[in-house]
Write a protein that binds this ligand. Structure first.
Ligand SMILES: C[C@](O)(CO)[C@H](O)COP(=O)(O)OP(=O)(O)OC[C@H]1O[C@@H](n2ccc(N)nc2=O)[C@H](O)[C@@H]1O
Ligand SMILES: Nc1ncnc2c1ncn2[C@@H]1O[C@H](COP(=O)(O)OP(=O)(O)OP(=O)(O)O)[C@@H](O)[C@H]1O
Length: 285
């Protein structure tokens, strides 16, 4: 008999700050960033197959089946583990693509965690995070599921405990390519390194923001609108921008004063990823 469907969240992340400290010889950038999860994201469903086929039943416009990070993550885990099992997978996509909130990376991480569970592989978090890094720089933090100060290309993670405010996240209707921003000649690449002991949780800045603001009027506009109420910042390489609030009703109040045409959502910052919270509940049953 087949297992029942396993349903898991793939949460968004925010980069509370993003400092670029240098460029490696392979073109990748050395950075320092502070990651926190949101209780808002995509949802994935997994059902085990005994014939080894991996099949994603939900299409994302513009992303071919075999290039979807969910399928790539599932096939990598299948090949490396040598399992004969496969999976039917469903995706309920809520997160904007190219939004800097890590939708694709989070889908990939939830796939690794979900199939590790469904296929009874018992891979360690370290092994899953290492495989995740091959799929994208942001995948390891989602695999580990703890708010973290990240260094290197984002793979050297130090877990941190942060306050868990509410965020109002504005979603400008543009998709920003991460590769385009990192290759911009005007990108600041020499921010001095800080240490985990001197984290500017509320401070810091995003070195990608000036470059994105120059090229995307929609992002500039969203930052200007939100800055009228709270300090606004961009996450990752954009396009989303956010401001933080002590409670949901304060976030709501500001949201109601923004133009109705600008998509946005309100979510709570989480130091533990919602997918890990759910897997821990499953493990206790
Ligand atoms: C900006 C962040 O979102 C911060 O969380 C991440 O560092 C980006 O992570 P990601 O979207 O998973 O990025 P990847 O898919 O690994 O890389 C996309 C492209 O961005 C550039 N890239 C990415 C990460 C990095 N540290 N340096 C880079 O130069 C590379 O040109 C790469 O080809
Ligand atoms: N499951 C997936 N969900 C979203 N994008 C995917 C997925 N699989 C592949 N992609 C590709 O990855 C690209 C980046 O998507 P993603 O949503 O992760 O961007 P992002 O939020 O800017 O990421 P980051 O914060 O890591 O820079 C998309 O434009 C798409 O072509």
């Amino acid at each position: 008999m087949h297992d029942a469907q396993l349903i898991l969240p793939a949460p968004a992340k925010l980069n509370l700050f993003l400092h670029i400290n240098g460029r490696r010889t392979d073109g990748y950038h050395e950075l320092q960033t502070l990651f926190q999860f949101l209780d808002h994201g995509d949802q994935l469903g997994f059902r085990r197959r005994d014939d080894g086929v991996v099949r994603l039943h939900s299409q994302i416009p513009g992303v071919p089946h075999d290039s979807n990070l969910i399928v790539r993550a599932a096939r990598q885990l299948q090949a490396r583990s040598g399992t004969a099992l496969g999976a039917d997978i469903w995706l309920d996509k809520q997160l904007p693509m190219g939004g800097g909130i890590g939708g694709g990376s989070s889908d990939a991480a939830t796939t690794l965690l979900g199939l590790n569970h469904l296929w009874h592989l018992e891979w360690s978090e370290n092994c899953l995070a290492e495989l995740g890094l091959e799929l994208g720089a942001d995948v390891p933090v989602f695999v580990r599921g703890r708010a973290a100060f990240a260094e290197g290309v984002g793979e050297r993670l130090t877990p941190v405990t942060l306050s868990e405010p509410w965020f109002l996240v504005l979603v400008p209707q543009v998709s920003v390519s991460t590769a385009e921003i990192f290759s911009d000649p005007e990108l600041t690449r020499n921010t001095p390194a800080i240490t985990v002991r001197s984290l500017p949780e509320g401070g810091g800045h995003n070195d990608c923001q000036p470059v994105v603001e120059r090229h995307y009027a929609e992002v500039r506009n969203a930052l200007n609108l939100l800055n009228k109420f709270v300090p606004a910042r961009m996450t990752g390489t954009g396009a989303c921008v956010f401001g933080s609030f002590p409670n949901r009703s304060d976030a709501d109040k500001v949201s109601r004063q923004l133009p109705a045409t600008l998509p946005r959502f309100i979510a709570r910052g989480c130091n533990r990823s919602p997918v890990h919270q759910q897997l821990e509940t499953l493990a206790r049953k």
